[in-house]
Design a protein around this ligand. Structure first.
Ligand SMILES: *Cc1c(COP(=O)(O)O)cnc(C)c1O
Length: 486
């Protein structure tokens, strides 16, 4: 553990320094289900899903209110270098600052993320990373953290993932070319867009393995879950995951909520297009740390389990609908358990009871709608999504991707949910050029991006496999033997 930063800001009073000391010395992680605690950051990073089936959360949440005046003047990378170390006590401070700077050097925008004003509603553009979706903000850093921790420990990691589109390419880009990692991404044949397939399969690095599976996304996910459930195979082949339950992904995402809130003149209402609840949970963490966040508006598409929950307090599984915003076509949000844990005042017994009921019956209730002052939720349908894209294009000559359009519509039509003036920030999760068909349908013209144009015509590297777990396992073993011998 490094002590280097204890006296970083010497204008602070003694009490504050003591708080800082306590937080830096003992930042540990525990599981929402109560069977794991005292875990260091690096172990939490490698564990992903907690070994008791719960999700990892920090044992304490740092209070940063006294630092905000100073933080207001920092750029994105500088803020990340102040905020992220508060949650990490087992990586040398200098090394960590360097890893953070390197992670964001791959972004095309000088400020990494940026705010774009649409007549009173700000759009927080998070899509300037290498794969043009907000997932890059977290996965670029995750890749660097993995690389460092693995090389310190002399370990290897083999990542197995299933993707319906965006996560695969962002995860691949985060770890491509690394010596201690091989990444295997399964995607459903014929069911990801041409651009998304190009983004994954044109990566030529030898540690990247794309599997075109003859099945649905659910089949891909089931194969992944079954492989991970085989403890012997998992340990023998050092398998790990990079899905959105990894705490380090949430951590990286807290930074842009803090950054945007410090650039606003009033408290902020963030409107977040939501699928697995990871992104909006990071906003909730920013609010808990003391950033000036007034409200969180959870925007969903027709897959409205969260909108129904915030209206009624009942969390009930529904059918999965295909929409224009495929990254949000999720019924059961894997990160929602973290929010419930805090709702239950960190009482694992209550959480476990709730989750058990939900798993057994497909429905569970917290008794009454949750406090709507902090969070509320709106479902946005296909016509509304298209209308939002069309309206923004006509009024402002600005193009929204269909996910961001869900958020914009929700914000535009519910501007004052808590009866108080706040600054509204819609989180833009993808560049519109990733979803040309939906944009074309709404606006009549097809958006492009040089990064995507450059992929067209490149050689695709992929292996077609039948929808069969043994075929996938055999393929992995074959590739890993080659990697070990190399
Ligand atoms: C992943 C994704 C989302 C959903 O984010 P969650 O953290 O799962 O809620 C929204 N929009 C886009 C473009 C995405 O790729």
């Amino acid at each position: 553990m490094s002590c280097q930063n204890f006296y970083f800001n010497d204008s602070r009073d003694g009490l504050n320094l003591r708080t800082e000391f306590v937080l830096r010395s003992f930042m540990k992680y525990k599981s929402t289900r109560g069977q794991v605690s005292g875990l260091g950051f690096s172990d939490a990073l490698l564990m992903g899903l907690a070994s008791d089936g719960g999700l990892l959360v920090p044992e304490t949440i740092p209070d940063v209110r006294l630092e905000l005046d100073y933080w207001r003047n920092l750029n994105f990378v500088e803020l990340a270098q102040e905020l992220i170390p508060k949650f990490i006590d087992d990586i040398d401070a200098k090394v960590l600052r360097h890893l953070i700077a390197e992670s964001y050097a791959s972004f095309s925008h000088a400020d990494v993320v940026t705010l774009h004003d649409l007549n009173g509603i700000s759009v927080l553009e998070l899509f300037h990373g290498p794969t043009l979706a907000f997932k890059d903000v977290a996965l670029q850093l995750l890749g660097k953290l993995f690389e460092y921790v693995l090389s310190e420990r002399g370990q290897r990691l083999n990542i197995l993932g299933a993707t319906s589109g965006d996560t695969g390419s962002a995860a691949i880009d985060g770890v491509r070319g690394q010596k201690n990692i091989d990444i295997f991404i399964m995607y459903p044949k014929g069911r990801v867009s041409t651009l998304q397939e190009l983004q994954m399969t044109t990566v030529a690095d030898e540690n990247v393995h794309c599997i075109e599976l003859d099945g649905s996304f659910d089949d891909c996910q089931n194969i992944m879950k079954t492989v991970f459930a085989d403890e012997h195979y998992k340990a023998n082949y050092h398998l790990g995951a990079v899905n959105s339950v990894n705490w380090a992904r949430i951590l990286a995402q807290i930074v842009y909520y803090g950054y945007a809130s410090l650039r606003s003149s009033a408290e902020v209402t963030f409107c977040v297009p939501t699928g697995n609840f990871g992104n909006v949970f990071a906003a909730y963490m920013a609010q808990s740390m003391g950033f000036p966040v007034a409200h969180l508006l959870v925007a969903t598409n027709d897959n409205d389990i969260l909108a129904r929950f915030f209206a009624t307090g009942v969390y009930a599984r529904g059918e999965v609908h295909q929409t224009l915003s495929p990254a949000m076509d999720i019924q059961v949000a894997s990160n929602f358990e973290r929010f419930l844990y805090y709702h239950f005042e960190q009482d694992s017994d209550r959480l476990v009871t709730f989750m058990r009921e939900f798993t057994a019956t497909g429905s569970a209730s917290i008794g009454a709608p949750p406090n709507s002052r902090l969070m509320s939720s709106v479902a946005v349908n296909k016509e509304q999504t298209l209308a939002a894209m069309r309206e923004v294009n006509q009024e402002f000559d600005y193009v929204l991707d269909p996910h961001t359009a869900v958020g914009y519509y929700a914000a535009r039509n519910n501007p004052n949910v808590i009866g108080k003036e706040t600054e509204i920030v819609v989180v833009a999760t993808a560049h519109p050029a990733k979803f040309p068909d939906a944009v074309q349908a709404a606006t009549g013209s097809e958006p492009t991006h040089p990064t995507l144009e450059a992929l067209k015509g490149l050689k695709m590297h992929r292996t077609a496999l039948p929808c069969d777990i043994d075929a996938v396992k055999k393929y992995l073993v074959g590739k890993l033997q080659i990697a070990r011998e190399a």
